[in-house]
Design a protein around this ligand. Structure first.
Ligand SMILES: [Zn+2]
Length: 192
């Protein structure tokens, strides 16, 4: 079992959560920057986090773990390894719709756990839940590494997040860090 302090340490050490002064893609500024994929570079950390996530669904008799591609694929695989189940993923087709392809199936009455790296609005997870139900699967839960809504999103099933937080952001004119003259970094730029 991992405590929330231990989970936070992993997220900080692997640069999932960075502190500083950032320009977000929206143009707004913030003190924190979240890039969930960073932790997936490190199999050992990923394994620990997935063991913790899997532990929270041990009693649900899960048959298959499914994730929306790309962010959730590794997590689904690792969680399924712990639970001893299959692991599949859904992906967006050329029409932009989430689909289950590659011969992956959800059988009638299978117990399904949906996992994802990060949820902001919950859109992709909701689409996957819909796909599972159309195939007769029972969605027994949703497990995510990070809930960026700070717990505001509800899927109507048991939901577990290793980290739940809202990142506060400011219009550049109102940014306290700009007022202090702290240099701003744009994640993804060469400078960063
Ligand atoms: Zn600023």
């Amino acid at each position: 079992m991992m405590t929330s302090k231990e989970i936070m340490e992993v997220f900080r050490e692997t640069n999932v959560l960075r502190e500083g002064h950032f320009k977000l893609t929206s143009g707004r500024h913030s003190r924190q920057y979240l890039q969930c994929a960073q932790v997936l570079q490190y199999p050992r950390f990923t394994e620990s986090l997935c063991q913790e996530l899997a532990r929270r669904f041990k009693g649900e008799e899960i048959d298959v773990v499914i994730a929306p591609a790309i962010g959730g694929i590794i997590i689904a695989y690792e969680v399924a390894k712990v639970l001893g189940t299959r692991s599949v993923f859904a992906e967006r087709g050329e029409d932009g719709k989430m689909t289950i392809r590659r011969g992956f199936t959800i059988e009638d009455d299978e117990n399904v756990l949906v996992v994802e790296d990060v949820i902001t609005t919950g859109g992709s997870v909701n689409e996957v839940i819909q796909l599972v139900r159309e195939r007769g699967g029972n969605v027994r839960g949703v497990g995510v590494f990070v809930d960026r809504s700070g717990g505001r999103i509800h899927f109507g099933v048991k939901t577990e997040a290793l980290l739940s937080m809202e990142i506060q952001s400011y219009e550049p004119e109102e940014c306290p860090l700009c007022k202090e003259g702290v240099p701003v970094y744009k994640p993804g730029s060469r400078k960063f």
